[in-house]
Design a protein. Structure first.
Length: 294
């Protein structure tokens, strides 16, 4: 246990994100929805309205994917901020807290009325809103996964400082955002482990088995939409999740669900062994999105 804790403290020290994590089998229960300190009953967190429509379902097996994109017409919020650094780099919170395809849940000790860990550059909020809306529209007919909005977790403090629990050189100045994975066989897409993460009775803080709760197709579609923006620097995930999502991303590109510019601009990263890059530990319940700035 000491060895694992030393590694965890060295690379992530994600104590807030690990508070309250119970057995994976229990994670689908509503009372463990806020596995990292959120308020599952907060009424102002927003209502999840992105569930698939009741007719014309697209049914598919997890291994096969949705097939060719059938020509779904969508409209999305603006992807690019064109107002200059003074406005695009301004730290703001997601307004509204819930929108097309996303919910900025209160997590890590936040409350619905005080989300002090959830400040982001304006341009990053625009990229995430675009990608979440892309998934909500394109997958509205998918008869797969829980169909819910993506749960957002942490950014920076209002001052731009790291909110705590992350590497010192990350989550500064609103350039990083942690989000849950899209999921299946769960009530929603809040932050929770999507895989078994216990060995010999000890939490090892990474997936040790298949990510059985992961919806790889929506997760890949979200990342593909993110990658349309050239300023996305990297998206990091767990070592057992990365290969699955990468394969799904390639399949969605082949089947026309994503634009070619995003297919040629993948920034997905993971570690299947601990090489010191920082992705091996504590990404079994969330992915981290980071952007470059001028």
């Amino acid at each position: 246990m000491g060895k694992q804790n030393a590694k965890m403290e060295r690379w992530h020290n994600l104590v807030p994100l690990l508070v309250g994590l119970g057995a994976l089998a229990c994670s689908v229960e509503h009372n463990l929805v806020a596995v990292i300190g959120g308020d599952p009953d907060a009424s102002s967190a927003g209502t999840d309205t992105s569930a698939p429509q009741p007719s014309d379902k697209i049914s598919f097996d997890i291994a096969e994917g949705p097939g060719e994109e059938p020509g779904i017409s969508c409209s999305y919020p603006e992807l690019f901020c064109t107002s200059g650094e003074s406005e695009c780099g301004e730290l703001i919170q997601f307004q509204p807290a819930s929108g097309a395809g996303y919910i900025d849940y209160p997590e890590n000790g936040e409350s619905a009325s005080l989300q002090e860990r959830s400040w982001y550059r304006r341009d990053l909020t625009m990229i995430v809103k675009y990608a979440a809306a892309y998934v909500a529209c394109k997958t509205a007919r998918w008869d797969f996964g829980n169909g819910g909005s993506l749960g957002l977790i942490d950014g920076s403090l209002e001052s731009g400082a790291n909110p705590g629990g992350y590497w010192e050189d990350t989550h500064q100045d609103g350039k990083d955002l942690t989000a849950a994975y899209y999921q299946r066989d769960t009530a929603d897409n809040r932050a929770r482990p999507v895989c078994e993460h216990v060995e010999n009775g000890e939490d090892v803080f990474h997936c040790v088995g298949d990510p059985s709760l992961l919806d790889p197709w929506r997760t890949a579609l979200f990342l593909g939409a993110l990658f349309e923006h050239p300023d996305i620097r990297v998206v990091g995930c767990d070592g057992k999740i990365g290969p699955i999502v990468s394969d799904a991303l390639n399949r969605l590109c082949e089947d026309g669900w994503l634009r070619q510019e995003s297919c040629q601009n993948s920034k997905l990263s993971w570690e299947e062994n601990d090489t010191g890059a920082g992705w091996y530990y504590s990404h079994h319940h969330h992915m981290q999105i980071s952007m470059n700035t001028q």
